[in-house]
Design a protein around this ligand. Sequence first.
Ligand SMILES: Nc1ncnc2c1ncn2[C@@H]1O[C@H](COP(=O)(O)OP(=O)(O)OP(=O)(O)O)[C@@H](O)[C@H]1O
Ligand SMILES: [Mg+2]
Length: 233
Amino acid sequence: AAVSHELNQPLAAMKTYLAGARLLMQRNRLEEALSSFGRIDDLIERMGAITRQLKSYARKGQQQFSPFDMGEALASALSMMEPQLRQRQVQINRILPAAPVQVMGDRMRIEQVLVNLLRNAIDATKSERNPKVDIILSAGETATLTVRDNGPGIEDLDALFEPFYTTKQPGDGVGLGLAISSGIVTDLGGRLTARNGQNGGAVFEMQLPIMDSAENSTGGGIENGSGNEDRNR
Ligand SMILES: Nc1ncnc2c1ncn2[C@@H]1O[C@H](COP(=O)(O)OP(=O)(O)OP(=O)(O)O)[C@@H](O)[C@H]1O
Ligand SMILES: [Mg+2]
């Protein structure tokens, strides 16, 4: 949230300067228009600095490697979403294996990823009559968390993880959620992938290295990668 605020501010300012420059050009006041462009340049520079900072921040954060229960991280992320979920009726289905799924990593950062994915899923269902988000956790060779919604699906799968790619209105999104999230997951040795579901809607899958413990019993028949729409439970 802090990130989007930091970036929304220069974005809004850029919009203002751009409108000003357009007006000045129409009135043939080119010198003044040029200085408006200069201001826009400065703002772009500043946004670049913010994202560079974010990147190095995400890298440094990984020093706190410790084992945690993925189901608990999910519960915290969902409780952070409570205000949004109170505003809109979205059916959230959580499917967890019987045994806890222990992963190694930075729990705070993973919660940040979960919040980003959940926010996107909830946003995506905003025009649905019966908005629904499924969250499925499973344990096999990796810990896999799937977030699936019944929204319209992903428009541009290639651009999805690119910084500043957004289809949302200014103020609603800046297009950094997934770029940052995939950076975090990669830094933790995992993978974040996306696809459109067979019955519509978007499907995001986060895979993280699992802690090898005695109870490796739940994840029979794990296939890797995509195409595992409705695997067990
Ligand atoms: N669940 C989804 N269903 C459909 N499209 C999605 C979904 N999640 C993401 N997208 C698409 O990917 C774009 C980028 O998502 P991303 O989370 O990176 O940025 P954002 O949500 O637009 O803004 P923010 O920086 O606030 O997260 C979205 O604008 C949307 O077009
Ligand atoms: Mg987002």
